[in-house]
Design a protein around this ligand. Structure first.
Ligand code: CP
Length: 316
């Protein structure tokens, strides 16, 4: 593949190749030799129009561990504040020799537009409420590392699914890799098309055989291998839409008693950043079942694999 814009860009073989390559990268990174020469002479641009901690830093760490040159661009403090367009910004960065552009943007579809304008590879690092494919890859990597497989796993994705690019990319990738996904949340925070397609509370239709929808978290917990809690994205809601924090936590927050309803082997995930006390309590976030810190560490290996396969693999 030339670009990574969506979970739908990945068939099972390509996704597995990325996860296997990430496992090799993790082995290298865990040894004394922390740097590989694979992308020496290549330039990776991090083009961030939206805030980020994990994604931006881990792409930077990944590119540097592969010996690439890294240019970090943040819209704040740039000529974007003077009205410069995404296209002109991208062409400016390309003129400085970008081989890959890692882009985060509040507008859904912005990375797809960018891919038409630049010669290099484009990686979607989160576009609006649309997709975040490298987050889904690192989540899949973490599930496979902890539970030994992806095919046949039952994954509950819980909370503000409506505004979640993480949920959308996970649904696409996990379905491709043979896992079953149940989306759980209040009806106002589940996309109507997914609820309609799945039939609420029932097994999904042929159109989307791996995904169903349930509004009752307590009913779902005893039967899952993975519970992935999502942040309630206040910044994407207007006030009338925003649920009361206490009511939300009571019905959809993962606390200690709810965690103990999970099967013994089940893990708890969260892409971060967390609203501690709302969708997840500190007791759960910091428990041995939680993979939240592992997800961040795995993100570096997965992003190394993505950059390596886009820039250093068979494509060039
Ligand atoms: N999970 C995630 O995308 O986190 P950041 O917004 O900090 O990059």
């Amino acid at each position: 593949i030339r670009h990574l814009l969506s979970g739908a860009d990945l068939d099972a073989d390509t996704a597995t190749q990325i996860l296997d390559t990430a496992a090799e990268m993790a082995t290298v990174a865990g040894r004394e030799v922390k740097k590989l020469p694979a992308l020496r002479g290549r330039t990776v641009v991090n083009l961030f129009y939206e805030d980020s901690t994990r994604t931006r830093i881990s792409f930077e760490a990944a590119a540097k561990r592969l010996s690439a040159d890294v240019i970090n661009f943040s819209a704040k403090g740039s000529s974007v504040t003077k009205g410069e367009s995404l296209k002109d910004t991208a062409l400016t960065l390309q003129a400085m020799g970008a081989d890959a552009v890692v882009v985060r943007h509040p507008a859904s579809g912005a990375p797809h537009r960018l891919a038409n304008w630049v010669d290099g590879s484009v990686v979607n690092a989160g576009d609006g409420t649309h997709e975040h494919p490298t987050q889904a890859l690192l989540d899949a990597y973490t599930m496979r590392a902890r539970l030994g497989r992806l095919a046949g796993l039952h994954v509950a994705i819980v909370g503000d699914v409506l505004h979640s690019r993480v949920a959308r990319s996970n649904v696409l990738l996990l379905s491709t890799l043979g896992a079953k996904v149940t989306l759980v949340g209040p009806p106002t925070l589940i996309p109507v098309d997914w609820a309609a397609r799945a039939g609420v509370g029932s097994v999904a239709t042929d159109a989307d055989p791996g995904t169903d929808v349930c509004y009752d978290l307590d009913a779902v917990l005893p039967g899952v291998d993975v519970v992935m809690m999502l942040r309630v994205q206040r910044e994407r809601m207007n006030d009338s839409y925003f649920p009361s924090a206490r009511e939300y936590a009571r019905r959809y927050g993962l606390d200690g008693p709810r965690m103990r309803r999970l099967p013994e082997h089940a893990i708890v995930m969260h892409p971060g950043p967390m609203n501690r006390g709302m969708e997840i309590t500190p007791e759960v976030a910091d428990s041995p079942r939680s993979t939240i810190v592992e997800q961040v560490a795995n993100g570096v290996s997965v992003r190394m694999a993505v950059l390596y396969l886009l820039l250093g693999g068979n494509n060039r």
